[in-house]
Design a protein around this ligand. Structure first.
Ligand code: MSP
Length: 567
């Protein structure tokens, strides 16, 4: 075996990957985002939940050729908080809800959230699904009528016990109670409600949480839930209705119009509505249920990690296979809030950064276990150095008419290749590209998007270094070195093909344009298309570049754009 052949052989085997797709015996993989309250316009925190779910389902598509996917997002439109918001806006409830719900839909479209279903809890199918689900709970004997005396937090739409409160003293010395978790005000409430026997589901919840290592991720949030479930004060029966005299904007309890279904039960059932619990024959529903991945933020962990699986088990349904919980975005270390005036508007920011630019920043900088801090300076620095200078620049350099007058993605030729392989930087680049699919697969499977981005950028740095070191502009001057020049261009473009394919879940528009430019057919943009780069396959034909622009991402002129668009 020649030394180069051996090197290529060993590289091929370094790239062997662990295969961990979502187990999908049921045929359709089901991904969900939370549904968004329509009491306020979207901000980057809402967008972030959707981006994580979108990147995860995009990876699933790329990883598993022919995967069938259901991906749901939508809006949560019932309850006291929405009643109050519509009143404040002097608007009728249906018109108010439709207006804000549309904003969320436009947001999802603008940021290429590839949803298959956009659900609104005010739609008729959802109402019927909630009724069917309620009837099932009642038949299974897990509901009872009782008098609730305790605290209610309208902004969180949550019933709270004493131990979940904390005291807050205002500037004038008044003391009030607020929710210890969210800091939102609570009010004392006495009302007749239907209760759900949550306290009898401890064993089932523990079983779900401890026998399935993916049930709740990351571990930090799973541990919080384990503690909650074992705590007698926390695992108490929960109200699942409110008097309609207080909450009229909601779904009436079947056979008892004096009560409205509690907004969290109503909202959680949206995931069943999309799966076809009410309408389709059972066999079709079983193709989708249970959800494979439900993305949520840390503030709604209790509802999804305790109430939701308990409701499902009580109704005789399987709980989700996996819940992925993320932390929050802060601005200058503070929670975003209208009153502080620090809410970051994704529509406004996308005018300067583009939608893929903002997608990239949020997925590249956000980590699951800790809050991340948003700052425009950080966005500009990252986008300029990574998308403009590292990725975009490499594409325009190898596609420029100076170096590449025939506008070609040159063929792979073993002999030309051996010449450039004499150089250390070439071998390092080849190692990077060969290992990248396996590395990305590991990070995407763990939903560590920032690590996948890191690995892609490291490979592109290696490619830039290779380009600088081999100086193709010098090769161009000497006709007898044309084949070397072709090898440099080929290797650079092959690196771009592999990296763009693997980064599609984060920046679908930019990577799509790059792959178009390199004439990569749409059905050759999957994980298995990059497992064997040209040098491991030993061949690849010459292709023409398309006329698509090679300017992928324009540098953001910090001062000019800041003045023009931001704030
Ligand atoms: N309507 C409920 C969810 C019902 S799901 C059955 C709700 N809506 S929300 O609009 O308040 O929040 C939706 C999502 O946005 C949640 O995942 C929440 O964590 C996320 N975010 C809201 N603010 C956030 C940040 N500042 N940072 C990151 N995500 C945040 O809760």
């Amino acid at each position: 075996m020649l030394p180069t052949q051996y090197a290529i052989f060993s590289m091929k085997f370094k790239s062997v990957c662990s295969v961990r797709p979502y187990s999908s015996k049921k045929g359709i993989s089901y991904f969900t985002t939370p549904i968004y309250y329509v009491n306020a316009n979207p901000h980057i925190g809402h967008l972030y939940s959707s981006l994580i779910a979108d990147a995860a389902q995009r990876w699933h598509r790329i990883r598993n050729r022919g995967a069938k996917i259901k991906f749901a997002t939508g809006t949560d439109e019932h309850g006291t908080k929405i009643q109050q918001a519509a009143e404040l806006n002097n608007s009728s409830l249906p018109a108010y809800c439709s207006g804000v719900s549309d904003r969320y839909k436009v947001l999802a479209d603008k940021f290429n959230i590839q949803y298959t279903d956009f659900i609104r809890t005010t739609c008729d199918t959802h109402k019927r699904t909630v009724e069917k689900f309620w009837d099932r709970l009642q038949q299974n004997g897990v509901l009872y009528e009782s008098k609730y005396e305790g605290w209610y937090c309208v902004p969180d739409e949550s019933f709270l016990s004493d131990f979940q409160l904390t005291k807050r003293t205002s500037k004038n010395g008044d003391t009030t109670f607020v929710s210890a978790e969210s800091g939102h005000p609570v009010e004392w409430t006495e009302e007749r409600n239907y209760m759900f026997k949550l306290s009898s589901f401890r064993n089932e919840l523990e079983h779900w949480l401890t026998t399935n290592e993916n049930a709740v991720k990351p571990r930090k949030y799973r541990k919080i839930l384990e503690e909650l479930i074992r705590n007698d004060n926390a695992l108490v029966d929960v109200s699942v209705s409110r008097p309609s005299s207080r909450v009229h904007w909601g779904i009436p309890v079947p056979n008892d119009e004096s009560q409205t279904v509690y907004v969290w039960l109503d909202a959680l059932v949206n995931y069943l509505t999309v799966a076809g619990y009410f309408r389709t024959p059972e066999a079709e529903f079983n193709q989708v249920w249970p959800p494979d991945l439900q993305v949520i933020g840390k503030d709604i962990l209790k509802f999804h990690g305790v109430y939701w699986p308990a409701f499902l088990i009580a109704a005789g349904l399987e709980p989700p296979r996996s819940i992925l919980c993320h932390s929050h975005w802060t601005v200058d270390g503070e929670k975003m809030s209208k009153s502080k005036g620090n809410v970051v508007d994704p529509f406004q920011r996308s005018e300067v950064y583009t939608s893929d630019g903002l997608r990239y920043f949020l997925l590249r900088e956000g980590v699951s276990s800790n809050d991340s801090n948003y700052s425009d300076i950080k966005v500009v620095n990252i986008l300029n150095s990574e998308l403009a200078d590292t990725l975009g620049n490499l594409l325009s350099r190898c596609c420029g008419t100076n170096l590449n007058p025939s506008q070609a993605f040159p063929m792979f030729n073993q002999r030309w290749f051996e010449k450039v392989l004499e150089n250390d930087v070439t071998r390092r680049l080849i190692d990077h590209v060969t290992e990248l699919p396996g590395v990305c697969e590991r990070h995407y499977s763990d939903h560590n998007f920032y690590k996948a981005a890191d690995a892609v950028i490291a490979t592109l740095h290696a490619a830039n270094l290779f380009f600088e070191t081999l100086k193709p502009w010098e090769l161009k001057k000497e006709a007898w070195r044309a084949n070397e020049l072709n090898a440099v261009l080929h290797l650079t473009m092959e690196t771009l093909r592999v990296t763009a394919t693997l980064i599609q879940p984060l920046i679908p528009v930019l990577s799509g344009r790059l792959l178009d430019k390199l004439s990569v057919p749409v059905n050759r943009r999957r994980f298995d298309d990059v497992l064997e780069p040209s040098w491991t396959r030993g061949h690849s034909d010459e292709k023409n570049l398309t006329s698509e622009t090679a300017v992928l991402f324009k540098r953001i002129d910090d001062k000019r754009d800041k003045g023009r668009k931001i704030n």
